[in-house]
Design a protein around this ligand. Structure first.
Ligand code: PEP
Ligand code: MG
Length: 315
């Protein structure tokens, strides 16, 4: 029986036909780095830097930050590490960045908006990251959270390049950014789709509110359609499009995301092996067909059911 059991694949993420789909880890500090490497993470797809400073009253210095970032980068020599600029506000307020009393903080001065309002903090973070990049062998990419417009994209990417970071992109987690992905990706080196917020804003349902939790489902075809826009833009422009929201940790949805055009997937380390195994079951053409039936559904449950049923016919 042991010999008959299918071997769980190890090594880099890939589809059955060999198409590579790098599998990356979501991390909030260097503490999880060793575990991520042990579980086969090929790099980091989302380093949530704001987690480092949730309890800081004052803005961290450049030196403090550079040390923290270097700690994580040292664990990934030669590997891609996507560092997100501070995503402060709403569910993750930082004392030194968010002081407004807002009635709807999820729609307020958060993410890149808050950083722009305190540009010194953004400049210091990018400077610290460039220093950590220079001091380590990791392949550092930087991205801005909560980008809504083309103008915000050019602002962030130009500033990051100017401060010495080679690869600068944006998160796509606001519907306006997904809808204009073809223009945004002309200015950004890459995009990374945050399906948690993209779902929250597409369905207009607070991701933290239990009474509307039923809406927070990235299988919803409205969300999938926005992801498809970003995937198509990435393909047309030859730019990488990752997914770093929780959706990437759902094994069958991960295959659908690849079918929609995602070129890498980032998730909590614990999800890596199940996603790796599921990707290995399908070809690129099958992933596209799974995406197509999910897109054609009327709702999240029927999208999942359609993909599940079609997947059963493939093997
Ligand atoms: C997301 O919104 O999907 C995301 C990855 O960012 P966070 O969950 O940190 O908001
Ligand atoms: Mg987000």
């Amino acid at each position: 029986a042991r010999a008959l059991r299918a071997q769980a694949p190890t090594g880099p993420g890939r589809l059955r036909d060999g198409t590579p789909v790098p599998l990356l880890a979501n991390l909030g500090s260097a503490d999880g780095a060793a575990q991520a490497v042990a579980l086969g993470a090929e790099g980091v797809g989302l380093f949530r830097t704001e987690f480092l400073f949730l309890h800081s009253h004052n803005a961290p210095t450049i030196l403090e930050q550079a040390e923290q970032y270097a700690r994580l980068l040292h664990a990934f020599p030669g590997k891609k590490v996507v560092v997100r600029a501070l995503d402060a506000g709403s569910d993750k307020p930082l004392a030194f960045l968010n002081d407004a009393d807002e009635e709807n903080p999820a729609l307020g001065l958060r993410g890149l908006r808050a950083l722009r309002a305190s540009e010194d903090i953004l400049r210091e973070q990018l400077t610290a990251l460039a220093e950590a990049d220079a001091a380590t062998d990791a392949d550092v990419w930087v991205m801005a959270p909560m980008v809504a417009t083309v103008e915000e994209t050019t602002y962030f990417v130009e500033l990051a390049h100017k401060l010495g970071l080679k690869t600068a992109g944006v998160m796509v987690e606001i519907p306006s950014a997904a809808l204009l992905a073809d223009r945004i990706l002309q200015h950004a080196d890459f995009a990374s789709i945050g399906t948690n917020d993209l779902t929250q804003y597409t369905l207009a349902a607070d991701r933290l509110l239990g009474s509307v939790a039923g809406y927070q489902n990235p299988w919803h075809p409205a969300v999938l359609r926005l992801i498809a826009e970003v995937g198509a833009a990435g393909r047309n422009l030859g730019k990488p499009v990752g997914v770093c929201g929780e959706a990437a940790a759902d094994p069958l949805l991960a295959v659908v995301l690849v079918g929609l055009g995602a070129t890498s997937l980032s998730m909590s380390s614990a999800a890596l092996s199940d996603v790796r195994a599921e990707l290995a079951r399908f070809s690129a053409e099958e992933a596209r067909q799974l995406a197509e039936v999910a897109l054609a559904a009327d709702g999240a449950a029927s999208a999942r059911a359609a993909a599940t049923n079609l997947a059963a016919t493939f093997s």
